[in-house]
Design a protein around this ligand. Structure first.
Ligand code: GDP
Ligand code: ZN
Length: 331
């Protein structure tokens, strides 16, 4: 009798056995659920119990793109969340309805690709410095990508200063630099190499060529490319949902405008000088350890500036950024 019973019990046990949970990456969050990639497969996952906890927590959205989640596959590409795994880092902004709450835009990012263009729109170093500040503040490795090099052949003159000379200051600080053209294909292999296997936030002013670059390295994405004039008419932020674009050669790109703002909203004034790498190197010699390098006596940063050891444009942008963070006018 006992021998008969045993296999029966075992069968029943097997029938009740749950499918093994999987771990995947959230690539899109929509009302009611999210799209999760596991290996080559996509799952539409709905939360279980998570929404209730969400209301109690200080965060409004508990799941964000980039999150690694554990879920139970439920057949036909569906799944049920079990847990969000701990985040390595997160990109946040204040919740539009309650600024005390933080809204997580994306998590587990590896680097920030900052795209600027040589011309059309003209290279804007203040935006570049703001993006660098955001990247430093978020602890994301920045990669500077100078696009539309075809508009300045041989890195040739832009105004009076040759482009590569002007950008040398960033390379000297140790930032990785790429020079690309979505039109000629220059530098695209290097850009691909930089994106491979990583989760990258891509940022840059509208019209610098973010969509064109992504389409050029990953034609399947089919991102919309608009004329610069058309963009101005439409306004800057036309992308509604936040997505991670999966790259066929491995890695993801965060497709959202405004990454820069997300990185700066919690910045305190005293943190600003610390995030300017070039200033930090000389600031050890300032008389005051908390020197803002504005009008303090015996300031090593201003001395280095006068002696031509620091870049003047960087300093000008620093003052402007500090001003916008403190809400006060500096010098
Ligand atoms: P996004 O707003 O950053 O996504 O910019 P788009 O990719 O939509 O490009 C804006 C405009 O710049 C379009 O007219 C593109 O054709 C053009 N463009 C993009 N990359 C390059 C480039 O490397 N060289 C030149 N000459 N034009 C480019
Ligand atoms: Zn100083």
């Amino acid at each position: 009798m006992k021998d008969d019973k045993l296999p029966q019990e075992r069968t029943r046990g097997e029938a009740q056995e749950k499918p093994a949970p999987l771990v995947g990456t959230v690539i899109e969050v929509l009302a009611g659920g999210c799209r999760v990639q596991h290996a080559e497969e996509l799952f539409w996952c709905v939360p279980r119990g998570i929404l209730k906890r969400e209301r109690k927590s200080r965060q409004r959205n508990l799941v964000a793109v980039g999150d690694r989640v554990r879920f139970l596959p439920a057949g036909r590409g569906q799944g049920v969340f079990e847990a969000v795994l701990p985040r390595r880092n997160k990109l946040t902004r204040p919740d539009p309805f309650n600024p005390k709450l933080e809204h997580v835009i994306a998590s587990n990012l590896d680097q920030m690709i900052i795209i600027v263009s040589v011309q059309e729109p003209p290279l804007d170093r203040e935006i570049l410095d703001r993006c660098l500040l955001a990247a430093e503040n978020l602890n994301l490795a920045p990669v500077i990508c100078v696009n539309k090099v075809d508009l300045a052949p041989e890195g040739g003159p832009r105004g009076r200063t040759p482009l590569r000379d002007e950008m040398r200051v960033y390379a000297e600080m140790g930032y990785r630099m790429l020079f690309t053209s979505a039109v000629t294909g220059a530098g695209l292999e290097t850009l691909k190499e930089a994106l491979k296997g990583k989760t990258s936030a891509m940022t840059g002013y509208s019209g610098v060529g973010k969509s064109s670059l992504l389409n050029a390295i990953e034609p399947g994405l089919g991102l919309k490319v608009r004329e610069v004039s058309e963009k101005t008419a439409l306004g800057k932020h036309t992308t509604a949902s936040v997505r991670l674009l999966a790259l066929s050669f491995g890695g993801y790109v965060l497709d959202t405008p405004g990454v820069r703002e997300f990185g700066l909203w919690r910045l305190r004034p005293w943190e600003v000088p610390k995030l300017f790498r070039d200033f930090e190197d000389v600031a050890v010699d300032c008389r005051y350890p908390k020197c803002f390098h504005v009008d303090e006596p015996d300031c090593a940063v201003r001395r280095a500036l006068e002696e031509g050891r620091l870049d003047r444009v960087r300093y000008k942008n620093y003052l402007r950024i500090l001003e916008s963070v403190t809400g006060k006018r500096q010098r």
